[in-house]
Design a binder for this molecule. Sequence first.
Ligand code: PRX
Length: 635
Amino acid sequence: MSNYHIKHLEEYYGVYRKSIQKPEVFWEEVAEEHFLWRKRWDKVLSWDFNKPEIKWFEGAKLNITENCIDRHLTVRGDKTAILFEPNSPDEPAQHITYKELHERVNRFANVLKQEGIQKGDRVCIYLPMIPELAISVLACARIGAVHSVVFAGFSSTALSTRINDCEAKMVLTSDGSYRGAKTIDLKGIVDEALEDCSCVDTVLVAKRIQSDIQMKDGRDKWLQPLLDVASDQCEAEIMDAEDPLFILYTSGSTGMPKGMLHTTGGYMVYTAYTFKNVFQYDENDVYWCTADIGWITGHSYIVYGPLANGATTVMFEGVPSYPDMGRFWEIVEKHKVNQFYTAPTAIRALAKENLDFVEKYDLSSLKVLGSVGEPINEEAWHWYNDNVGKKKSPIVDTWWQTETGGIMISPIPFATPTKPTYATLPLPGINPSLMDENGIEIKGNQVDGRLCIKAPWPSIARSIWGNHQRYKDTYFSAYDNMYFTGDGALRDEVGYYRITGRVDDVIIVSGHNLGTAPIEDAVNEHQAVAESAIVGFPHDIKGNALYGYVILKETGETRNQDNLRKEINQIITEHIGPIAKLDKIQFTSGLPKTRSGKIMRRILRKIAGKDTSNLGDTSTLLNPEVVQEIIDNAL
Ligand code: PRX
């Protein structure tokens, strides 16, 4: 029986049982046999969900880049590590071998050091999906700097909030980015953000679109000339297993985005282990995850998990619709992709198009298809299975979160029979439970409840940067001695899990986590707005879209409502980014409130979803009359 690579269902059950009964023994064996440690751990695991404090492989020393790069050099130095596919199909792809990756990461690491970055310093990375993004992530890890990648679709305000929260000393960016037929002025966004960030000393700028940009004296430097003269040898900083590796921000239901802090040893072991099993990666496979490295999916399953297994990982700069809706499949054919991992939103958008876009291409290389980020509906699942996988490539519907660091519930292809819309079974080491609203565990099958996890796994986030109390309050306070995911789930008759969606005020739009409170704060910035409430409603392609109820101030506002809607969305774009724009904005004279003044979002959600049949008892509201007005004017 192999602990590391599960191939059959019986093997899964055996490994799973062992992992739950004896987690320390199980993870110790995995860690020992498959990774390069500079010093062995003193203790595999210590934990206390009440503090909360979680430590894996305490006392061990390692550098994650030695595991992701150096140790592959003798066996697969000339193998492609990163296969870069540019935005334009006319620009040649780049095959970066493990040897080249080693040199480029070392050069970059030396530049970081020379520019004053030391172990423990935070570096904010705001780059498009070009090789420098993956390389800079690894360069930070090489020298023990903590990377904080901010998705390059976020606005300057969102960027400055994140830079200030982690007090980054340096920002890495580019002169701009390509996105389909458009170019985006990333450097301009950074300049704007930095007007509010006194912590940043240096900005290093990669050239991508050759645009004419402003360079601020004493702060901004072009990256390439520095790389050209840097040494390609850089000794790896030896880190403690529990030293921080990165901070990645995710939206909460209220307040500031949460800087989830991930540490080194456990994160490496878990992402590598899950990559191997969930994608059944074999040595000569080409693996492609279409996410952006700005999200956790990109961190764990474009960079760290694949490289720790010596895989070839595709990095795609562009979008699925450029130059046409066949781009994904063109790339699969061109690079003979074996494992393809994407989001339901992309699948739904492509499924709306003519089948010719898929059928034109040879997709016979595909072995495993993945889905992540939001529930996949039955129709999209079948379209993916029939037209992309041709019914021969199992679909792995992978459930996990920024906080979990790695995939938690997923089929193991060729072992776990799949079932549409079900993430199926927990991976080894993951012990889920469903809880009711009174904090009682719901046992047995054919039940639903709130999804919790009973014990730590190696890649669980260890804290929220700068706010450990919030970490405790958000994840460990709802239920005694459990990690609370914020998701609802049901368990079917054979114990398969289906994730039903968020049970808090986080809305998943096109696979992106959006908290309602920060969007409401942005809307309320508009001078004509008195109050607002944002809810989600079902959307064919995006899964959920945003619906805003807005009360205007009584200022005799005469502006056209459509203009107001545009202005409100403009403010949201400036504060958060275009992904948080509202699809519908309804102006209303009031919002349904409880007697304690709390907005009854349940009612607003139902109206937005055009389901007004059962609104429940509204008579206890402070202002029941407003409900009818909202229904009458619903969009
Ligand atoms: O609600 C769940 C949903 O996405 C949330 C986590 O979002 P984020 O931290 O951005 O990470 C996304 C990529 C890992 C979860 O709480 N979610 C994620 N995967 C699935 C999912 N919902 C249903 N099915 C999934 N496979």
